[in-house]
Design a protein around this ligand. Structure first.
Ligand code: SAM
Length: 286
């Protein structure tokens, strides 16, 4: 089955009376080269468990099922269920779940399907849930090895940004705290049907077993990060002392900055993840 061939995919979708939904971010992959890059870079083998988000017609799912031990795909659109059942019928290692990935109990889903075994996440993500789903998976502390994801280029730029640049922000730090990101390839609009207005990128997030950034208190670290980037035009001292998320005395922040050898007029967006971690450790001892 060559679902990446538009001439095979479209008649099949039509035979099921399927109509694409814009609001569900339905842009199906029709580029074999990109598909191969996703599979080849995901290091899948017969021992790998895969959680796929948004299988669509099953183009990526089909290739995942050929290589992996087990593939569990979560699809929200009822109209795609009979199509997926038809397209993936020959695979006994495939489980389809008709649900919303943002509402499902992720912990239970993972325990029920993978037990305590490691798994990877593979997805051509619907754009409207890209950031929350990535962060939900990280924050769940699951046994996830890596995530190979098709995302908007603009989000990839924010994940991969350097401190002090306009793209650097809470997402860069949030992802970088948990994983080392790797750009796999670009995917221009013509790689999908229907064509989206924007370009996409395949990115791999290699999840750390233990984050290289030591923080005394993860919750306070992330609140510090949120405070810094929600008021990024202010100096670090002003954004933290005026933050509604944390309670910090101006003098303690200035003391922490001078202990770290940083100018007290510095803006928070100049600090890399290590410096943000050190700062939150100064401010929140436990
Ligand atoms: N994986 C397919 C491919 O590459 O051709 C389809 C990718 S398409 C960009 C996104 C898919 O995610 C669609 O099938 C859409 O119905 C599904 N989807 C959208 N929102 C979802 C949600 N909240 N939970 C699960 N699936 C969702």
């Amino acid at each position: 089955m060559k679902l990446y061939n538009k001439s095979e995919l479209m008649p099949l979708l039509e035979s099921f009376g399927f109509n694409f939904s814009k609001s569900l971010g339905q842009n199906f992959l029709i580029d074999k080269n990109i598909l191969d890059k996703i599979i080849n870079n995901s290091n899948i083998n017969k021992n790998t468990n895969v959680l796929e988000i948004g299988p669509g017609a099953g183009t990526l799912t089909y290739e995942l099922c050929k290589c992996a031990k087990k593939v569990v795909s979560v699809e929200i659109d009822n109209a795609l269920i009979p199509i997926l059942e038809h397209n993936l019928s020959k695979f006994s290692n495939f489980t389809l779940i008709n649900n919303d990935i943002m509402k499902i109990d992720l912990k239970k889903l993972i325990e029920d399907n993978f037990g305590s075994e490691k798994f990877i996440v593979a997805a051509n993500l619907p754009y409207y849930i890209t950031t929350p789903i990535i962060m939900n998976i990280f924050e769940g502390s699951f046994n996830v090895e890596s995530m190979i994801l098709m995302i908007q280029k603009e989000v990839a730029d924010r994940i991969y940004a350097d401190p002090g640049t306009k793209d650097y922000g809470a997402l860069t730090v949030g992802v970088g705290f948990y994983a080392s990101p790797e750009i796999i390839c670009q995917a221009p609009p013509h790689c999908f049907t229907p064509q989206p207005k924007i370009s996409s990128v395949v990115i791999k997030l290699n999840v750390y077993e233990n984050s290289p950034y030591h923080v005394n208190n993860k919750e306070m670290f992330f609140k510090t990060v949120k405070s810094v980037f929600s008021q990024r035009r202010k100096t670090l001292v002003n954004s933290l002392s005026g933050s509604p998320f944390i309670n910090c005395d101006k003098r303690d922040i200035e003391k922490a900055l001078s202990n770290m050898g940083l100018d007290i007029k510095i803006r928070g967006e100049k600090l890399d993840i290590e410096q943000l971690a050190a700062l939150s450790n100064y401010l929140f001892k436990n």
